[in-house]
Structures are given as C-alpha cells and as structure tokens.
Design a protein around this ligand. Structure first.
Ligand code: URA
Length: 433
C-alpha cells in the first residue's frame, strides 16, 4: 500500500477502506509516513469529508494507537462526561460528586485550561495539597472505595491525536468535523469508562458557534461512541454567556462548593441535575429521569454530594478545611466593581470576552508553560435577563496585576443592557442519544 494512493483516493472524493485508514494511522505514529503526506490527506478529508464508517474506523485506529485505560478492576458501571469547553464551566466539580453520591462510579481524567476556557485540573489545584496525579493503583482503589476520582491523564493515551492535532493546527485543517469528532472521541474512549455523556457547548464562548454545528458534532460523536460499544449520549448547552457566576479557578471552586451545599446559580444547578440524571440512567441506577432528578436534589439537600467532594479531596491529599471554610481561599489584591451605565435588562454577556479578560487578569494561560493566579477572575453579579439599575454592579473583577484599565473596558463592553425585557435562554437546548 502507498500513502500517495490513499491521498489521491480521498482527493478524488472516495471513501477510504479500513485497511487504508489503519495503514495511515500506524505509519504516521511509527514515523514511516511523513508530515507532508499526512497534511495532504488531512486537507483532502477537510474538502471531501468522511462517511460514518470511515469516521468510526479512524477513531478506533486512533484509540488503539497507544495505551488504553483498563478500568475493569473497578466494580460497577463507570460513567464519564466530557465538555467541549466553555467559560465558567465548573460542572465536573459539582456533577462528579453528585452522581457518585448516588452510586455511579466516576473514574475521570480531566484536562488543563488553555486560552479562554478553563480546565478542571487547574481549578482543583487551587485547593492546597490537592494531587491530580496519583498512581493507577490509588486511582482504582479510590474509585472502588468512594466512587469518584478526578485526575490528570496517566499513560500515553492516543499518541495519534497528539501528532495529528499539532499538524492540523498548522495546516488549516482543525475545522474538519470527522477530524474533530475522532480526536475528542478517541481520547474519551481510551479513558475506559462504560458510558459517556457529551456536553457539547455552542455560542460565543464555545468552540462551536452555532446550534447547528454543535448538533452535527454531537450526532457524529454519539454515533462513534455507540458504534464502538459505549452508551454515548449528548446534550447541547448554551455558552453565549458564562456558566454560573464565577470565572477563574479558586472562584469557581467556591461556586462549586456553594452549589453542592444547595446554593448554586440556577443554570449550573439545572445543568448538573439534568446531566446527572442522564448519567445515573446510563449507569442503570435509575430508569426514570424524574426519579433520578429527585434523588440528585436530595443529595444536594442532605449534604451527601458535598460530603462526596470532601472525600475526594481528602483522598487526593487536598486540605479539606478550605472546603469547609471557603473564606480561607486567598483573595486577590484588587477587587473592583464594574457598574452599569444605565438601567434596563441584561441582553448579552459575551462569554468569549469574559473568558479572555479573566485570562488576562491572571486566571488562565495563553501558553502551556504560563502559570495561573488561582485567585484571579470575574464574578458576575448579573446574568442575561436580570434587571439592573443605573450604577448597579454588573460584575466584580479580581486580580493581582496593577494595570488593568484596558481589561476593565473590555469587561464592560461584554455586557449589553437594553430597555426591553429579555427572555432568559434555556441552558439545555437539545438531548441526543
Ligand atoms: N478538542 C479536541 O480534543 N480535538 C479537537 O479536534 C477539537 C477540540
């Protein structure tokens, strides 16, 4: 088989066979096929797309290009969820303890933040002592004992994606739907859980800008997962405005704690209850959605979910006193209010602008080696649809940098206040299974 023939076949709009996809992934990972040939193939895929059979094969080949997590030593059904990334997305820190408190097993590998979106691992590291890297034995024992662990990736999962993603980034081929779907799903499937819930976000602060694009991606990923033997479902959720109120690492952990104590913002609570109920159904703990929702509400009310977070933090070396007394998290040197110029209703809060501003305040990294200021970020005082008076606080800006007038200006511009009443957008737009 010759790589040039595979390129020509896709260039001419034909579907690739299993053998051809195997040849290209194996050859790329072992170094026998050079970047320039793979670049040409990626561009042909971007141009001519792939059918479902090709996408499933591609994902399967990528998934088996490196280590695959074996979670069989964990008793019971292992659930996982994946968010395509957003601003203020602290869902895993709430949803994980919630579903674990009701008997599902969550053996989760999370990522770090890059650019305007945050990552769960960074948020967890704002808790002193918290370890996000534990041995495999510890990981398995922890999930068996308490039902939950959230850690960084161990082993060399999906080396094909590492190479392909880097190449796509510099060849203008990131946007191809089959390449995005196989990239995300190969990593999720390699982390070994029995079922997967995908939270595909769309809007200003998301990777997918429109509901249509999010739906296409979600449907493709759900098909891949189900074709490869995992119960995979998806929800399409709003990311036009940040999720909840807090954006920034320690600030988001505090909001997650509040939420687990039953005082969370409406959108975050609704998302976690709905997603949690689906995951409990996937795990076979409940067959009825409403029953699952009621059980999760009870876990929020009776402290079970909050206690589950504390257990996880304790098992991973974190200082639980910060969870019991969140006022212990250090505050930034400057906490500044951004006020409304006029009275009305909040029509828009640009999630991308808020995410980028939080990053510039110190809450995120532009490059992988940048360090994060855990106390920095933005706390919204108003969300879309809220009524505001003139000079009322729209949000609080937390930072340790001393010159931030230009950032304040952008944050103010992220809010649009209108005289007309505004309908509050739903957090979940669609369910796909
Ligand atoms: N996230 C991924 O992991 N891969 C993509 O291609 C896009 C987003």
């Amino acid at each position: 088989m010759r790589m040039v023939d595979i390129i020509i076949k896709k260039r001419d709009g034909h579907a690739l066979s299993k053998e051809e996809i195997h040849f290209f992934i194996k050859g790329y990972v072992d170094g026998s096929i050079p970047d320039y040939q793979v670049s040409a193939l990626l561009m042909a895929i971007l141009d001519h797309d792939m059918n479902m059979e090709e996408i499933v094969t591609l994902t399967d080949e990528m998934l088996h290009s490196g280590d695959v997590m074996d979670l069989s030593a964990i008793k019971g059904h292992k659930v996982d969820k994946h968010s395509t990334g957003g601003v203020g997305d602290k869902t895993s820190l709430v949803l994980g303890p919630l579903v674990a408190s009701r008997g599902a097993k969550l053996a989760k590998m999370s990522g770090r933040g890059l650019g305007h979106t945050g990552g769960t691992l960074d948020k967890m590291e704002s808790i002193p002592g918290m370890r996000i890297s534990v041995s495999n034995e510890h990981f398995i024992r922890q999930v068996n004992e308490i039902g939950i662990a959230i850690v960084g990736q161990t082993g060399l999962l999906v080396p094909a994606d590492k190479k392909l993603y880097a190449l796509r980034d510099v060849t203008g081929t990131v946007e191809s739907l089959p390449l995005i779907a196989s990239s995300i799903m190969s990593k999720k499937l390699a982390s070994g859980s029995d079922s997967i819930l995908l939270d595909v976000k769309f809007g200003k602060g998301a990777f997918m800008k429109t509901l249509d694009d999010a739906r296409k991606l979600a449907r493709t990923m759900v098909s891949i997962g189900n074709n490869l033997g995992r119960d995979t479902r998806a929800i399409l959720t709003d990311m036009d405005q940040p999720l909840g109120h807090a954006v920034g690492n320690a600030l988001e952990v505090k909001e997650a704690i509040d939420t687990l104590k039953g005082h969370g913002p409406k959108d975050l609570v609704e998302l976690c209850l709905e997603a949690g109920a689906i995951m409990l159904e996937q795990a076979g703990v409940y067959n009825n959605h409403d029953e699952a929702i009621n059980a999760l509400k009870e876990s929020l009310e009776n402290g079970d979910a909050f206690n589950k977070l504390k257990e996880m933090i304790e098992w991973q070396g974190g200082d639980v006193s910060y969870i019991e007394h969140p006022e212990k998290f250090p505050l930034a040197k400057h906490i500044v209010e951004v006020k409304a110029d006029k009275a009305g209703y909040v029509r828009r809060i640009d999630a991308l602008m808020i995410g980028e501003s939080a990053m510039r305040l110190g809450a995120g990294r532009a490059k992988i080696e940048d360090t994060i200021d855990m106390s920095a970020g933005i706390v919204l005082n108003k969300k879309i649809g809220d009524k505001v008076k003139k000079d009322e606080t729209l949000c609080y800006v937390h930072t340790n940098i001393d010159e931030f007038d230009d950032i304040l200006k952008d944050i103010k511009e992220a809010f649009i206040v209108d005289e007309n009443e505004v309908k509050v957008p739903p957090i979940i737009h669609e369910y796909i299974k």
